[in-house]
Ligand binder design. Structure first.
Ligand SMILES: Cc1ncc(COP(=O)(O)O)c(C=O)c1O
Length: 366
């Protein structure tokens, strides 16, 4: 049996006709850069996510960049960022000339460890980026408590956390702003690049609407140095087709995760922890094993796709060598980078495929 890690063709096959019809509509009305599909998506995604408002952009990376810009973060400022996340979480600081200050993660949730934040705060700390990694919300209350008393902004990188919640509150506006990605492999993914910002600070979102369109409120009058970060109509059209299925697809991910959890009983494999502040939406189902590379090869030999997300912690990335971090600085992030392996969890997997993954893993090394 072959079990793909991700199979976008399989995901799109049942909705292909609907997607083509949506594209035909966009071609007819001509709203290619922003326009009516984007407006509809912004309204519907905000409603689905349970947040007050959403501004559609070209990618999740652009969302992080524009949040930092609109917050006025810049040269001389410091931003606390988890040492284990996708690189774009750190671009939040780097793109605007601020310094990323890395912090270790919690070994259970794999998200920013609130206990590691306080010693890193200086008078230059302007923001904390919190990544809801692999679909698991971070422990927001202690982080907000640290930030609020010092007037530090909290930015949620929710690129992997569509429909996730923290103690019943939807992610994306628990902090000051949230960044989502609609990259094709995300829980809600378009047919190309896409992203958005969410927030209950409408002045911040108004500013981001201006920044995404060349800093202009009135045509050809540019109040600010802006960017071309508009969401494309065709991407919004594809997201509008997919959004109504997101809740069901998320439940399917959670069902598969539970099946893995009850079925995988390998003594050397550590499963993702269950935390008490909110169920993951399982963008990834990431296990740990001290012989991770052998496990990956063994799964591949048995037809099962898996992925190492992520093999390098951010503080050891060559692009941040000027920050002078060293191996050993963030032991949990480094251990995860050495031991993590993400198993297939896309909603299109059949129960037979999930059971085959379980049986194969349980035989590893036996
Ligand atoms: C945690 C995280 N942050 C930010 C991004 C950036 O999103 P995008 O690829 O849409 O620019 C991604 C996705 O790749 C991500 O996983």
């Amino acid at each position: 049996m072959k079990v793909p890690f991700i199979d976008l063709k399989r995901a799109h096959e049942p909705i292909k006709a609907e997607l083509l019809q949506a594209f035909a509509n966009t071609i007819d009305h001509g709203g290619f850069c922003l326009g009516e599909d984007v407006e509809r998506f912004e309204t519907d995604f905000a409603k689905a996510q349970g947040v007050s408002r959403c501004v559609g952009l070209g990618s999740g990376t652009e969302a992080l960049h524009l949040i930092a810009t609109a917050m006025g973060i810049g040269r001389g400022d410091e931003v606390i960022v988890p040492a284990f996340t996708f690189i774009a979480s750190a671009w939040f600081a780097q793109y605007v000339g601020a310094r990323p200050v890395f912090a270790d993660i919690d070994p259970e949730s794999y998200t920013l460890n609130p206990d590691c934040i306080e010693p890193l705060i200086t008078s230059n700390t302007k923001a904390i980026v919190v990544t809801h990694l692999f679909g698991q919300s971070a422990d927001m209350d202690p982080i907000l408590e640290i930030a609020r008393s010092r007037n530090i902004k909290v930015v949620e990188d929710a690129a992997q956390a569509h429909l996730a919640a923290y103690r019943g509150k939807p992610v994306g506006e628990i902090g000051d702003a949230g960044a989502f990605s609609f990259y094709p492999t995300k829980n809600l993914g378009g047919l190309g690049e896409g992203g958005c910002v969410t927030s209950n600070d409408s002045a911040l979102l108004d500013q981001i609407e201006i920044l995404r369109a060349h800093g202009s409120k009135e045509r050809y009058l540019n109040h600010y140095v802006g960017y071309n970060n508009r969401m494309e109509g065709l991407q919004a059209a594809s997201l509008n087709v997919k959004l109504p299925q997101l809740a069901e697809k998320t439940q399917r991910r959670q069902f598969i995760a539970n099946r893995y959890r009850s079925g995988i009983g390998h003594p050397q494999i550590k499963l993702p922890a269950v935390v008490d502040w909110g169920e993951s939406v399982f963008h990834m189902f990431t296990v740990q094993h001290s012989e991770r590379d052998q496990l990956k090869t063994y799964l591949a030999d048995n037809g099962i796709g898996s992925d190492i997300v992520y093999p390098y912690p951010l503080h050891l990335q060559p692009c941040f060598s000027h920050l002078n971090y060293e191996e050993g600085d963030f032991p949990v992030a480094e251990m995860l980078a050495r031991q993590c392996l993400s198993l297939p969890i896309v909603p299109e997997l059949t129960n037979e495929e999930v059971d085959y993954v379980i049986e194969t893993i349980n035989r590893f090394g036996g």
